[in-house]
Write a protein that binds this ligand. Structure first.
Ligand code: SF4
Length: 425
């Protein structure tokens, strides 16, 4: 359950159990294994509900004798272990987010295989997430992550290099660099930002062709990162830079410690240095205190800035957050949703305009899968599951999943590109 960071935890656990001689499956049917582990999400209400429903499904299977053992780990049980133990006692044992070793020792008869920098990749094997840190030191009012995952902890670069080499040796060509805030990488270990240096090293790993950046925090954004991207062609010209809002009053309420003008300047600086970069961002509508005027400012900013990729969420009043302790959830749900829909309408038009400009261009495209009448792929400007896809007719020619091909874009809609394999590249 949950995000890519949770998925990496599952993949690390699966690998270590495998090395300890235990057969492990991912998201399999409940009747396929006597022991089930649910890795839960606790970020927002809806996600918690989904995790509890999954636990209850497993309890039902246990009560029917379909499974023997049920264990729960991850963000939900990190925060609500006591409540869960009382309300759902059928679970053999609950674990938090820092219990990997405990789980392995319990399931592997106290053995602890030395495979901590290895993974059982559950994504298509040509791409994999690389989680470079855990936790977060930021203070965003709406966010419970620091409460759940604790302070920012960078993974030592040697461990990440070993993990990247392991992934590449097993077919990974695209590394998606993730954490809660990648720009803080190294600040705990070396008292300075180390992301550019880490990326430079990751680009030396044989087999890795693309390195993609997710979750960059706008404050103290290391501009040398963009300079390094210009020299390191393996680093996708793509940055995911969640700004959440642009109105100063809302940014202040959100405790983002940055102003709208500083965000706008950062985006200009990045684009001046690298005009063809694809910028993805995430926004929140309906944060406590957001007025019509603040929202209109955000809508105008989205129209003017023309982000390449954009996601928007409605504010969720979450326990264990600064906002829940200090603010009233004053914006009606209906208004939150209307504002989010308006932003997505603006973005849909922008996305279509930007996509139509791509007709005739040729891009290095990785094929992720075959679906219906198409091979489905992505360019360096698109991340899996959240961004656009390139659709190449299946009948054109047989392609290999996980391989790169030059694709000429022949048509576009607001969210997809259509293309043909070309030899003139
Ligand atoms: S940067 Fe802010 S929103 Fe992101 S995980 Fe940290 S506290 Fe949460």
């Amino acid at each position: 359950m949950g995000c890519s960071k949770n998925l990496v935890d599952s993949e690390r656990l699966m690998r270590q159990l495998h090395v300890a001689g235990i057969e492990v499956m991912h998201d399999a049917r409940l009747d396929e294994a006597p022991t089930v582990i649910v890795n839960t999400c606790g970020f927002i209400h809806q996600a918690r509900e989904e995790s509890v429903n999954m636990i209850l499904q497993c309890v039902n299977a246990k009560n029917r004798g379909v499974i023997e053992n049920l264990f729960v780990m991850g963000c939900l049980s990190e925060v609500y272990q006591k409540e869960l133990e009382k309300e759902i006692p059928e679970v053999n044992r609950y674990f938090g987010v820092r219990s990997m070793e405990e789980i392995i020792r319990l399931l592997a008869d106290d053995r602890l295989p030395d495979a901590r920098n290895e993974r059982t990749v559950t994504t298509p094997r040509h791409y994999a997430y690389l989680k470079i840190a855990e936790g977060c030191d930021r203070t965003c009012a709406f966010c419970s992550i620091p409460h759940i995952r604790g302070a920012h902890l960078s993974v030592p670069p040697e461990d990440l290099m070993e993990e990247a080499r392991f992934l590449a040796a097993n077919g990974t060509k695209e590394l998606l660099v993730i954490s809660q805030d990648i720009t803080s990488y190294g600040t705990d270990l070396y008292r300075r930002q180390m992301l550019p240096e880490l990326l430079k090293r990751l680009c030396t790993v044989d087999g890795v062709e693309w390195v993609r950046l997710h979750y960059a925090y706008p404050l103290h954004f290391p501009m040398e990162l963009v300079e390094m991207m210009q020299n390191e062609r393996k680093i996708c010209r793509y940055i995911d830079l969640p700004i959440q809002h642009i109105a100063d009053r809302v940014l202040k309420n959100m405790r983002r410690n940055i102003t709208g003008a500083e965000i706008a300047r950062l985006i200009d600086d990045i684009r001046n240095k690298m005009p063809d970069i694809a910028l993805r961002t995430t926004l929140i509508t309906g944060h406590p205190g957001e007025t019509d005027r603040d929202f209109e400012q955000l809508a105008r900013f989205v129209e003017q800035t023309r982000f390449d990729r954009l996601g928007v969420f409605t504010y969720s009043h979450e326990e264990n957050t600064y906002a829940a302790k200090h603010y009233r959830d004053g914006v009606p749900e209906k208004v939150k949703r209307e504002r989010a829909a308006r932003i997505m309408e603006i973005q849909k038009n922008i996305s279509e305009e930007l996509n139509l400009l791509k007709k005739g261009k040729i891009w290095k495209t990785i094929i992720d899968r075959a679906e219906g009448d198409y091979w489905v792929g992505r360019t360096e400007y698109d991340s899996p599951d959240v961004d656009m896809e390139v659709l190449v007719p299946l009948k054109d020619r047989p392609l290999q999943i996980g391989r790169f091909y030059p694709v000429r874009i022949t048509d576009a809609t607001e969210y997809d590109l259509y293309g043909q394999i070309t030899d003139d590249f």
